[in-house]
Design a protein around this ligand. Structure first.
Ligand code: SF4
Length: 454
């Protein structure tokens, strides 16, 4: 099994703190019968070199698919079959099947054994369509296959999202039903994980209704009761801040940072992208919600999109100013990127507004840091300029030190503050991926102190 790394993902994986293991491959490995030997080659740590195999499974995001196709060619040219899964191949199977022998579309758990059996019988099909199964019998992922130098391990407790945000592919790939794993399974898997830092990869760990929130609470309570001591971060919708009991339990179970998709501070923009969860919360309530989360010792990483169809250059300046005055501890700035499988992608294809369209090479630019579109109310150059204006004014060291003090004050938690600082520094380094002189290096600022708070 191979986890490829695209050229532009180097920014994501430049430091140990920002590498995340390929959980999907570890789940598929766990479903592989014992008479197979599974080897995981992970380009997060070293560039892949051809190694003999009977069958190759490769996954990829849109930004890594160009590299994935290159690796696949090394095998298909030697008549070694390659099966590709993951979000990109699932959304554009007709493209992927030009480069590989078989494509696993969607969640691959339900078809993996069939793929192996067909391979053994010499009758691999071109396409396999995975179902969105209940998570009642999900296996414990093979965390033992991950490279030993990963700082963060990862785990999944739910799949799916009932929301329909137009820029997002989760509802297409994982469906609109919110499926939860049995709490005991999650806790048992957590006990197999050696790393002390962890990411819950769920798109929204608390869901949108009481049963979903109760599921999250039961996991946090179980972690406390079983003495599972981890520091972790998660992704959640803004309603994470609605429930005092949930916040208490999350903090006690080790939550240090939560990523919340803020996207925009303007109601009109949220309406245009159908970001219902934020509209329900109300933009005027954002800051109150962030404060409540912080008062429980958890820092807030807000994500913001630049280049929406409603955005003018004045809006982008206002968004920068908003981020500076809102009390988010860390901010991720992404340029609107229409990923295959999203409603936004279809719109941009229909309107002929994708400017990076020399595929598959240009897929490397689809990671949120490049302008790959023709914006509606500004030029591509203006959009890029405002991205760097945001980067320079949000992530300079002076401001980050000020933010660190503010986060320490609001969360009273050194790890929450350091993780927020570290996230900001990484976003700066990603933006300046090709100019190392502009990188912010935690070690240079904090010396060995940084190791205590990783
Ligand atoms: S952005 Fe978040 S809330 Fe919206 S569809 Fe995607 S996962 Fe759901």
């Amino acid at each position: 099994m191979i986890n490829p790394r695209g050229k532009h993902r180097i920014g994501f994986v430049i430091d140990r703190e920002s590498r995340y293991p390929p959980l999907g491959l570890a789940i598929i490995a766990a479903l592989t019968p014992d008479d197979w030997e599974v080897i995981l080659k992970d380009e997060n740590f070293e560039e892949f070199e051809f190694e003999d195999a009977d069958l190759v499974g490769i996954t990829s995001f849109t930004s890594t698919v160009t590299r994935a196709y290159d690796i696949a060619k090394q095998y298909t040219s030697k008549n070694i079959p390659v099966v590709m899964g993951g979000i990109h191949a699932s959304m554009l199977p007709e493209e992927a099947e030009k480069y590989v022998d078989a494509v696993a579309i969607g969640e691959a758990e339900s078809v993996w054994k069939e793929i192996l059996a067909d391979f053994e019988n010499g009758c691999l099909k071109k396409r396999y369509k995975g179902e969105q199964l209940s998570l009642d019998h999900s296996p414990i992922a093979r965390h033992d296959l991950f490279h030993k130098d990963y700082m963060f391990d990862s785990i999944q407790t739910t799949r799916g999202c009932p929301m329909m945000c137009e820029f997002c592919s989760v509802h297409t790939f994982n469906g609109r039903a919110y499926r939860t794993r049995p709490v005991e399974d999650v806790l048992n898997e957590l006990e197999t994980i050696k790393a002390t830092s962890l990411m819950f990869v769920d798109d929204n760990i608390v869901g949108y209704n009481k049963p979903a929130r109760d599921h999250a609470k039961a996991i946090f309570r179980g972690m406390i009761d079983r003495g599972i001591k981890k520091d972790w971060f998660c992704q959640a919708s803004i309603n994470f801040g609605d429930d005092e009991e949930l916040l208490d339990l999350a903090a006690e179970a080790g939550c240090r940072l939560v990523l919340i998709g803020v996207e925009s501070e303007k109601t009109e923009a949220l309406e245009s992208m159908k970001k219902r969860s934020n509209l329900n919360a109300g933009v005027d309530n954002y800051q109150k919600i962030f404060s409540k989360i912080q008062s429980h010792g958890i820092s807030v990483l807000g994500t913001f999109i630049f280049g929406l169809d409603t955005d003018t250059v004045e809006d982008l300046q206002n968004r920068i100013d908003y981020i500076k005055t809102s009390n988010v501890d860390a901010a991720q700035i992404s340029i609107l990127t229409p990923f295959p499988g999203t409603i936004t992608y279809k719109q941009y294809v229909d309107e002929n507004r994708l400017t990076a369209n020399n595929y598959p090479d240009d897929w490397e630019k689809y990671w949120g840091g490049h302008v790959v579109i023709k914006p509606k109310k500004m030029t591509a150059t203006e959009l890029n300029t405002y991205k760097f204006k945001a980067v320079d004014s949000l992530y300079n060291v002076k401001r980050l030190m000020k933010m660190l003090r503010a986060t320490l004050k609001t969360t009273k938690n050194a790890k929450a503050a350091m993780w927020a600082f570290s996230a900001n520094a990484h976003y700066n380094n990603m933006a300046y991926e090709e100019d190392e002189s502009k990188h912010i290096k935690l070690k240079d600022i904090f010396g060995s102190l940084v190791d205590q708070y990783k």
